[in-house]
Write a new protein. Structure first.
Lengths: 199, 199
């Protein structure tokens, strides 16, 4: 059945879907009532048509500028730099940030051929230069992995060009609810080095 | 962004896709080039249109009868009963079976309201009754879980109505390459009870 194989192959291209799950999904979709698959197709078409990148922060949006950039209550002097749009959602859920975002759309990975020009780094410089409210602080909130650290390091270096701009990195440490026994030694050494006075 | 939420919600309805992976998939699809998502939509549409159930064994097929039922080289006197079309693929991969299949499309699960009438059991009886080649053996290859065992038991009971029909169950035991230490006691007791003379 070529058409089943083609559907399975298409599903296998999605991230985190192995051959086994692709087959399961294909069979589930075949078995679903027609309106269910029609709904899925319509949702995909609609999202593709409506959603694009915010021209200021490059988060996904269905407007010209995203709801954060358009919100007068957000602090325009602080930018939080993240790798992916999902990271914006995660930080918003935390409720710990009231500034604006800048989404890089990836992290530096020389081995995969991803250099600075593949990310929204030039756009970040331009944004800081031309911002109506002067940017006082850039928080580097890239992932705490090799690529994320390298990206943070690279950006910190680049941002030195802006006199008076404070560049910070989100804290690394022991996650809340974690068990010290089960935390890897690098995290633990970060947690120790980053210790603060007890208040 | 309502359209992104709608797409994520649609993806979350797929089996084995949690809220986190649905979000990842939605963002991957938004980011994919248009032709990639068009290909996925076309593959889904095509498969939905082309594939239906074999009118004899209820496996998926894009012809009137499936390739197994249509193959004159297969042994028409032996039927292997499975729960799902994926099980047919798995048994074919094993190369251990040359008869025909009968796909139930589920297993008995009274708690979920799935009784015999929801499965292709009536069709199995009709098929045995009206088969041009008399059916000599029915192999019950339902899953080795509670529902699968209950289904096998139910079928074995029903099939007693056919005099001269042999009903068998696939062997339960230690999987090849398995480590005795790591195998649950029920499997092990099945493996012991089902022991055979060393040949």
């Amino acid at each position: 059945m070529k058409s089943l194989q083609k559907l399975t192959a298409s599903l296998k291209r999605l991230p985190g879907i192995g051959p086994k799950q692709a087959e399961r999904l294909a069979i589930f979709l075949l078995r679903s009532p027609q309106f269910e698959t029609d709904n899925l197709i319509a949702a995909l078409r609609e999202a593709k048509a409506a959603i694009h990148l915010c021209r200021q922060c490059f988060d996904f949006t269905d407007r010209e500028v995203c709801r954060f950039c358009a919100d007068p209550a957000r602090d325009r002097a602080v930018l939080c730099i993240v790798e992916e749009p999902q990271d914006v959602t995660a930080i918003e859920r935390s409720g710990g940030f009231k500034g604006l975002y800048h989404v890089l759309h990836g992290s530096l990975s020389p081995l995969d051929g991803i250099g600075p020009e593949a990310l929204r780094i030039k756009e970040l410089s331009d944004r800081i230069k031309s911002s109506a409210t002067p940017i006082a602080e850039v928080i580097l909130a890239t992932d705490p992995d090799t690529e994320g650290e390298a990206t943070a390091l690279y950006l910190a270096e680049q941002l030195k060009a802006f006199a008076g701009l404070r560049t910070t990195r989100i804290a690394h440490g022991v996650p809340l609810g974690g068990d010290l026994d089960y935390i890897d030694e690098r995290t633990l050494s970060h947690a120790l080095a980053g210790r603060r006075a007890f208040s």
